[in-house]
Ligand binder design. Structure first.
Ligand code: TRP
Length: 338
């Protein structure tokens, strides 16, 4: 056994529907960068899942696959340590999804709280495309075909992991001990970053994001427009910290925690203007984003290299998936000519 096989496995990924933002970083990317040495990490560009609500926009999904890959590399995911691959290029995932679909009921699918919320957001109701409703089943296949021990995600994905483990238990009970239960790795803070508008979640569809390669100009505008404490009207007024987006971000991104504590005390006491705190946040975020932006621009010069990472990662992932699929086919007694 080589060293890689001794390591525990991580599987995680993103829908390539747009560039990644600070919310993705806080929710999952930071963990991936931190864990890629210790784990055998697989990261999937979930293009098939992206199509479940973008089936009319295949070009958008196609264009974003490599944009997301660029974001991965720019934040420090190392393709020598992590295997980055395209979900659509692993047909075994689709094969396992079909087998899993026998083990889940319609009412269970409708009960998934994340899917429920997403359906409401998209106004789907009863006319929900079946592909969308079953994406958690396909996600369970993503995870289990790699026998993942750990899935680093934000808390909105916890219901997916729960459903995955239910499927694993049903599957193993019927077909033998083939698949592995998994654990969600959710950051202590929940991994949910509030949006620049103070709304619960940073999200492209809400238009409250700061992208990982946000330009300096646009970053300055976004920070300037950030939600603070609406009752803090005059500089002398005492201000609130809770729910104040600028302080929430400082807590996460400002390495100088002592200074942040001092600023908070001053703000609560009164006499500290929003513009000063925002200026500090702008500096902190610019320091965080600038190296990502630079590295991303360099990498984007050579898209052949990016494509090659996707190709090699996909070949490696496919080898693992087809190995598990052999065991699965034997368990389900469809290993006719294997
Ligand atoms: N559903 C995840 C998201 O929207 C993306 C995803 C697809 C994923 N397959 C996965 C995450 C497997 C973790 C594991 O962000």
């Amino acid at each position: 056994m080589n060293a890689e096989q001794n390591k525990k496995v991580i599987l995680t990924g993103d829908r390539p529907t747009g560039q990644l933002h600070l919310g993705h970083y806080v929710g999952s990317l930071a963990n991936r960068v931190a864990l890629q040495d210790e784990y055998n990490q697989f990261i999937l560009l979930a293009d098939i899942q992206a199509l479940t609500d973008n089936y009319e926009n295949p070009q958008k999904v196609r264009d974003n696959a490599y944009q997301v890959l660029l974001d991965y590399l720019a934040v420090g995911i190392d393709p020598h340590k992590s295997t980055i691959f395209l979900q659509s290029q692993i047909p075994q995932i689709a094969e396992l999804t079909v087998l899993f679909m026998n083990l889940v009921t319609l009412s269970r699918l409708k009960r998934n709280p994340t899917v429920k919320a997403e359906m409401a957001l998209r106004g789907f109701d009863e006319s929900v495309p079946v592909g969308f409703l079953v994406y958690p089943v396909s996600q369970a296949a993503d995870i289990t075909i790699f026998k993942a021990d750990l899935v680093p995600v934000g808390e909105d994905q916890a219901p997916m992991i729960e459903q995955t483990n239910e499927l694993v238990r049903s599957f193993n009970r019927i077909y033998g001990p083939i698949l592995k239960e998994t654990t969600a790795l959710i950051p202590k803070t929940g991994g949910r970053l509030i949006g620049t508008d103070g709304k619960a979640k940073m999200s492209k569809s809400l238009g409250n994001t700061i992208f990982l390669n946000e330009s300096s100009d646009s970053l300055a505008k976004k920070v300037k427009g950030m939600y603070t404490d609406p009752t803090h009207l005059k500089v002398e007024d005492p201000g609130k910290i809770e729910g104040n987006t600028v302080f929430t971000y400082l807590d996460i991104f400002d390495p100088d925690t002592a200074e942040v504590t001092r600023l908070k005390e001053h703000y609560m006491r009164g006499g500290l203007g929003d513009s000063i705190v925002k200026k500090r946040l702008l500096d902190v975020l610019e320091n965080f984003i600038a190296p990502i932006r630079t590295r991303r621009a360099e990498l984007a010069q050579n898209m052949d290299y990016i494509e090659n990472i996707a190709r090699e990662g996909t070949l490696k992932a496919r080898a693992v998936a087809s190995q598990t699929m052999l065991e699965i086919r034997r368990g389900v007694k469809i290993d006719y000519f294997d």
